[in-house]
Ligand binder design. Structure first.
Ligand code: AMP
Length: 238
């Protein structure tokens, strides 16, 4: 994380991994607000495309409604366009599988960039189901709240709506896909010495603080031999 002189903010590249309901969106919004980075959430990009009723939106909708992943080529194109126009970002909901992680690594290497932090938010499935079924999004501000743990402030007029895919019957299916497709990425990033595991059930401020502290440490290279951790490699280099 590099402070930027003259304007308020930091150059930061943070990747947030984690199951639905672990608080990726909430944390990404907070981190983006604090650092001035761009919050890139593939779920939001997908929903915006559907809402705009484009041809692409019509195709995407079928996957989204079933709680399934949108094809990689579509999502990768959407994300790369955003990454290319911003050097400071918090990425939320991408990558979701190894093919997407590979595409991101290639793009990072081509641009000569490194992650400041790769964070896995972790929580048991039952807690996630409880969180997701109480989640509401403000249609006015896009902010995310919870019916019992994170009520909207008085200055957010709402209305506060529940996403279709947050209905209980869809949540378990989405978590299954997470465990099958996305969770293996924790090993992928851990092998490169880049992964910070964070207990997502801690208070919101504690989680944000932990991520920011990790991002303040020296960046680690995007690709490493399996035997060397990023921190070791950095220590040798300095
Ligand atoms: P989310 O808000 O992150 O839970 O995403 C909502 C939906 O958007 C998912 O259920 C997928 O259909 C789609 N989606 C979001 N991110 C991705 C991704 N990286 N790859 C494929 N589909 C995605």
């Amino acid at each position: 994380m590099t402070p930027v002189e003259g304007i308020q903010g930091y150059i930061v590249k943070i990747l947030l991994l984690g199951p639905q309901g672990a608080g990726k969106g909430t944390q990404a919004q907070r981190l983006a607000r604090i650092t001035g980075a761009r919050h890139i959430a593939t779920g939001d990009l997908v929903r915006a495309e559907i809402k705009a009723r484009t041809e692409l939106g019509r195709i995407i909708r079928e996957y989204n409604d079933r709680g399934e992943l949108v094809p990689d080529d579509i999502v990768v194109t959407m994300v790369m366009r955003r990454l290319a126009s911003s050097d400071s970002w918090v990425l939320d909901g991408f990558p979701r599988n190894k093919a997407q992680a590979g595409a991101l690594d290639d793009a990072m290497q081509a641009a000569g960039c490194e992650f400041d932090a790769v964070v896995a938010l972790e929580a048991p499935d039952d807690a996630l189901v409880e969180r997701l079924s109480g989640r509401r999004t403000s249609e006015t501000t896009g902010a995310i709240y919870h019916l019992s743990t994170n009520l909207p402030p008085a200055d957010d007029p709402g209305p506060f709506v529940q996403r279709d895919d947050d209905k209980v019957e869809n949540i378990r299916h989405r978590l299954e896909i997470y465990h099958q497709e996305t969770e293996p990425l924790k090993d992928y990033y851990a092998r490169g010495g880049r992964l910070l595991r964070v207990d997502a059930l801690q208070p919101i401020d504690t989680v944000t603080g932990t991520i920011l502290r990790a991002a303040e440490e020296p960046p680690v290279p995007t690709k490493l031999p399996r035997s060397a951790s990023g921190r070791e490699r950095y220590a040798h280099a300095s």
